[in-house]
Design a protein around this ligand. Structure first.
Ligand SMILES: Nc1nc2c(ncn2[C@@H]2O[C@H](COP(=O)(O)OP(=O)(O)OP(=O)(O)O)[C@@H](O)[C@H]2O)c(=O)[nH]1
Ligand SMILES: [Mg+2]
Length: 607
């Protein structure tokens, strides 16, 4: 590894206004051995991108959710109609080109199209997301992404149109509830006709604990005269505080999405304001700009400063290695090798502990699966029994229909609970491993700092374990009907009580099968995600340790090679190193400047 490959200009002319890009450019300019840190900074930049603000628009069907989103987008992109429409969640993101991507369950490749305008977008979406174009979601659409150049989406906001809750598809409501904790905020749309229903009240009661921020919108106010509006609002407030238990004061935005959209299309500013949407749009902009983006940006800057600190360590080591008497250098190098060997031993012990926790997590998962099997069997046998008690002469067909209705809701609910429990467990279990991993890397870095008299600063941001990914709407295909096993021919000849007993045995067998299939479906997807999480964690740890070792050793070995050259060349190299150190210190300080409780500056430079 040759440090002489360092081209000077790239170091001194960082141009991008984004400090992360500037820092990555600067590191790349220092030579290929600095690429790992430049790549890490690129990774941080991606994380910042992923930290988009996800706002889900919720409500009972036909409240005007899609119309409201269209108004905010300024074009009738999403399908709307007087009959229930949105059957699949649609994620609308910012994009300079207008594009649509339809994701399917299973292996089917997504459909991806660039569309010229709103009419074309809507026509395409109608085929896939609406009850009319895709009845009962026969096409197996999982979710839809739309990219649109609307200002409301700038700065990383994602708006999500969701299927209306409380329709006959109860599992839709459950799926919405499972989805909510992944979102940053939700906008609940109600309308004046009628002001709020029992279904909405029940939904809101459950939603309360699952959503970080909630905004209430009363839509279709164009239907109301001013005094009716006042009465509707006070009724709504009363229900929200008294029946739902929402804390006072409840702010409700009154809008007419339809008039807002029309005004937008005409370019009528006054009409836009009159529709109430200008006010809602401002409040949303404030919300997007607050909390999340700012907090994420701070965390990312701190992590970036840590990355620079690691690069600095390498430069300082190289500087020291160029300065020290040779025999001294070799002696210290031996000692460093001992510290590296110690870290590798600890790594093995850490790997064993991690494997143990992985195994125990799998055991917990299996125990939960068994519990769910028992609960589900009891539940569905109960469903059948209750049904038969109500109607002793019910036909097999009717029992099958009752089951088909009961299955998705039950499993969707348990899927949510189970996933939540397992991911909380995994996060908890991995935390001490994370600490151990940080200590392990610290062993090498501290030894290098001590041996070569350079400042050591522990990373400010522990690499807190994070599974960052966009909210994801999970659509399981639940096996929900009992197979139509006809009774055997001789059963008709048996006395009624015998026949019924045989029939019950038959149902019970089928319930057991149905439960096995659905629990297995869930168990399998959880096992996959647990295994992937542990695998990724272990390999990230290995990579970080290997990087740290390579960087520490590499700096000294490169300097050792330099030492065989002429004094004049060594002096030039030292000058370059000193300049690179100063540049990185400067950029690191700029990254953390102004952060709350920021450290004063990066450690002082080497001799
Ligand atoms: N008068 C009036 N009608 C509206 C308004 N907003 C929406 N509508 C109408 O209400 C109907 C339903 O609107 P959608 O936007 O499709 O409702 P949705 O909540 O998305 O419905 P689902 O997708 O089925 O859950 C459509 O006929 C809209 O034109 C409004 O502000 N005023
Ligand atoms: Mg809709």
């Amino acid at each position: 590894m040759e440090i002489t490959a360092m081209p000077e200009p790239a170091v001194s002319v960082p141009t991008s206004p984004d400090p992360l890009i500037r820092a990555a450019d600067l590191l790349r300019g220092l030579g290929p051995e600095f690429a790992v840190w430049a790549d890490r900074l690129d990774g941080l930049r991606q994380r910042r991108e992923q930290g988009r603000f996800h706002l889900a628009v919720l409500g009972q069907f036909k409240r005007g959710k899609s119309t409201l989103l269209n108004a905010l987008l300024g074009a009738p992109v999403l399908p709307t109609a007087a009959i229930p429409v949105t059957a699949v969640p649609t994620f609308v993101r910012h994009g300079t080109d207008r594009q649509i991507r339809i994701h399917f369950q299973g292996q089917r490749e997504p459909v991806h199209e660039v569309v010229p305008d709103a009419a074309a977008a809507r026509a395409l979406l109608e085929q896939f997301v609406t009850e009319t174009g895709n009845p009962h979601n026969r096409l197996g659409v999982e979710q839809v992404e739309v990219w649109w150049p609307a200002p409301v989406l700038a700065r990383g906001v994602v708006l999500i149109d969701t299927p209306g809750v409380g329709s006959t598809f109860r599992h839709n409501t459950e799926a919405t509830l499972n989805f909510l904790p992944q979102c940053d905020a939700a906008l609940m749309v109600v309308s004046a006709d009628p002001p709020i229903t029992e279904v909405e009240v029940e939904f809101l009661k459950i939603v309360r604990s699952r959503v970080a921020r909630m905004l209430f919108v009363l839509n279709k106010v164009d239907y109301l005269r001013p005094d009716d509006l006042e009465a509707t609002l006070s009724f709504l407030r009363k229900v929200l505080t008294e029946s739902v238990g929402w804390p006072e004061p409840v702010r409700i935005w009154c809008v007419s999405a339809r008039q807002g959209l029309e005004a937008r299309e005409r370019g009528d500013e006054q009409g836009w304001r009159r529709s109430g949407l200008a006010d809602l749009e401002h409040s949303l902009a404030d919300l997007f700009a607050s909390e999340k983006a700012a907090i994420l940006d701070q965390a990312i800057r701190r992590k970036a400063a840590d990355v620079l600190e690691e690069a600095l360590m390498r430069l300082r080591l190289a500087m020291q290695a160029l300065t020290m008497p040779l025999d001294d250098l070799e002696r210290r190098m031996d000692q460093l090798e001992q510290a590296i060997a110690e870290a590798q031993r600890l790594r093995q012990a850490a790997a064993d502990l991690l494997a143990g926790d992985h195994r125990r997590t799998r055991e917990l998962l299996e125990a939960e699966a068994e519990r769910l099997r028992v609960a589900a069997r009891g539940h569905f046998e109960g469903v059948i029994q209750a049904f038969r008690q109500r109607d002793p002469d019910c036909t097999d067909e009717e029992v099958r229909a009752a089951m088909a209705e009961a299955v998705p809701g039950f499993f969707e609910h348990h899927a949510g609970r189970w996933t939540e429990k397992i991911s909380a467990h995994v996060t908890e279990v991995l935390r001490p491993h994370q600490r151990r991993a940080d200590e392990l890397i610290g062993v090498v870095r501290k030894a290098a700092a001590r041996l070569f008299d350079i400042p050591y600063r522990a990373p400010e941001c522990a690499e807190a374990f994070e599974l960052v990914r966009d909210p994801y709407w999970v659509t399981h295909r639940w096996a929900s009907t009992l197979s139509p096993l006809p009774p055997e021919w001789f059963e008709f000849l048996l006395p009624k009580s015998w026949r019924e007993r045989r029939q019950q045995r038959r149902w019970r067998r089928q319930v057991a099968e149905l439960v096995m299939t659905n629990v297995e479906n869930l168990r399998w997807s959880l096992v996959q995600s647990v295994d992937t999480t542990f695998r990724r964690f272990a390999s990230a740890l290995d990579e970080r340790l290997a990087e740290t070792i390579a960087a520490t050793r590499g700096a000294i070995q490169a300097a050792l090679a330099e030492r065989t050259r002429q004094d004049a060349e060594v002096a030039t190299q030292r000058e370059r190193l000193a300049k690179a150190i100063a540049d990185i210190e400067h950029l690191g300080a700029a990254l953390v400047a102004g952060l709350s409780d920021a450290r004063s500056a990066l450690g002082s430079s080497a001799s």
